[in-house]
Design a protein around this ligand. Structure first.
Ligand SMILES: Nc1ncnc2c1ncn2[C@@H]1O[C@H](COP(=O)(O)OP(=O)(O)OP(=O)(O)O)[C@@H](O)[C@H]1O
Ligand SMILES: [Mg+2]
Length: 387
């Protein structure tokens, strides 16, 4: 399982810049990195100067970096067709303008985005996934979904029967049961996403802010709501600090900013704080992103093996896969034996993680029955037969 690094904060503070720069720096250091954005404004493509789409696309000019823009339209219908089918008529009716799924299940589309993210996270091919999130708060509404569903399941089903009319009266019980099953399946999936997001060996949040009072207050609130869900927050980037220039206006601003930073420090003493100055121009294109990465992380040194490796901002990363001779090692924190399966087809061995299968990177063909598997300390060791 890859590492997941999320960057959150209010609008315009530098989430896309810091997340994209981190992804570029990690790829430059030799890791295989997927940069994911859920921003419908295509800001990640703009920042990199590369057009990204809904499947991982190699980023020209940075070996080891792929980019992906999640398509907000595709999410719900792609992933839980049955759930939306059964909820659809009751929620949105015939009116496409009415996104009424939001009314009953707030955060459904975010849940889908994270479910999609999980698919990539479980893919042993990736070492690190960097997620440029939409402004915090909104993004993470879905974390409360399992409890909402539990509380509302009966009500949702009753409402469904009411809006379904005669047909639902006749088939009510059966349809209700089907819907209950779909809701339960969905609830479990969101719980699984939450489990992964709360595992500090997989996921780390970095808050991004600016040294203004409003920015500081918002960051303290964001930190509060993230920790309420036990989401691991490691650090905070204070971006756009006014540089030290000899002018009274500048010096007054700096003094203000210093006070705000101190306030942030005293509110969040356990957080790793990192200041970045305002540059004299926007940060666009790969060269400026490389510069930004060294401001954030210094030189990123990645040795042999699975890791972990420290990269600045109080963050660690590790490789998803490592091979040595006939052994392949997969880093699978939070995964238990029951979540795993092994199968082969046409000489390719697939590892199933929570019933999603991924090909195991190995340079010779093999059968699953010839492969020895051992899960120990969150590492799955697959021993292939000698040549
Ligand atoms: N330290 C900096 N110095 C100069 N310009 C910066 C700095 N950090 C970010 N910028 C510029 O500020 C603008 C906003 O940054 P960015 O797009 O990263 O913010 P964001 O938090 O992702 O915004 P949104 O909430 O809209 O997604 C961009 O044009 C970026 O190039
Ligand atoms: Mg952005």
């Amino acid at each position: 399982m890859a590492r997941l690094l999320l960057f959150g904060g209010k609008g315009g503070v530098g989430k896309t810049t810091t997340s994209t720069a981190t992804a570029v720096g990690l790829a430059d250091s030799g890791l295989k990195v997927l940069l994911v954005s859920s921003d419908p404004a295509h800001s990640t493509s703009d920042s990199l100067g590369v057009q990204l789409g809904p499947v991982p696309t190699p980023v020209e000019g940075v070996d080891g970096l792929w980019g992906l823009e999640l398509d907000p339209e595709a999410r719900i219908s792609d992933h839980i067709p049955k759930l939306t089918e059964s909820l659809g008529p009751m929620l949105g009716g015939e009116d496409p303008e009415l996104n009424a799924s939001e009314m009953v299940l707030p955060g459904l589309d975010e849940a889908m985005a994270f479910d999609e993210l999980l698919k990539h996270l479980e893919n042993p091919d990736w070492d690190v996934i960097v997620f440029d999130t939409a402004p915090t708060g909104h993004t993470l509404r879905f974390l409360a979904l399992p409890e909402i569903i539990e509380k509302w399941a009966d009500k949702i089903i009753r409402m469904h029967r009411l809006t379904g009319g005669i047909r639902a009266l006749m088939f009510g019980a059966k349809e209700g049961e089907k819907m209950r099953e779909e809701l339960e399946k969905f609830r479990r999936r969101v719980l699984h996403v939450r489990r992964i997001l709360c595992n500090p060996d997989v996921t780390r949040f970095t808050l991004v802010t600016i040294p203004e009072k409003m920015g500081v207050n918002e960051t303290v609130r964001a930190h509060e709501s993230l920790t309420e869900f036990n989401l691991p927050v490691s650090g905070c980037v204070i971006n756009r600090m006014t540089p030290d220039l000899n002018h009274s206006f500048i010096q007054t601003r700096r003094e203000n900013e210093r006070n705000n930073v101190e306030q942030l420090k005293s509110n969040l003493p356990e957080l790793y704080l990192h200041e970045v100055e305002l540059k004299d121009s926007d940060i666009h294109g790969i060269d400026s992103l490389r510069e930004m990465s060294s401001l954030l992380h210094g030189d990123i040194e990645i040795d042999q093996g699975l890791g972990p490796f420290s990269i600045g901002l109080g963050l660690d990363v590790h490789r998803g896969t490592w091979s040595e001779g006939d052994d392949v090692f997969l880093h699978l924190p939070g995964i238990v034996r029951e979540d795993l399966s092994l199968r082969s087809e046409a000489g390719i061995v697939y590892v199933g993680i929570n019933s999603r299968e991924h090909p195991v990177p190995f340079d010779r063909s093999a059968k699953a029955s010839q492969v020895q598997a051992k899960l120990e300390n969150e590492i799955l060791k697959l021993s292939f037969p000698p040549e």
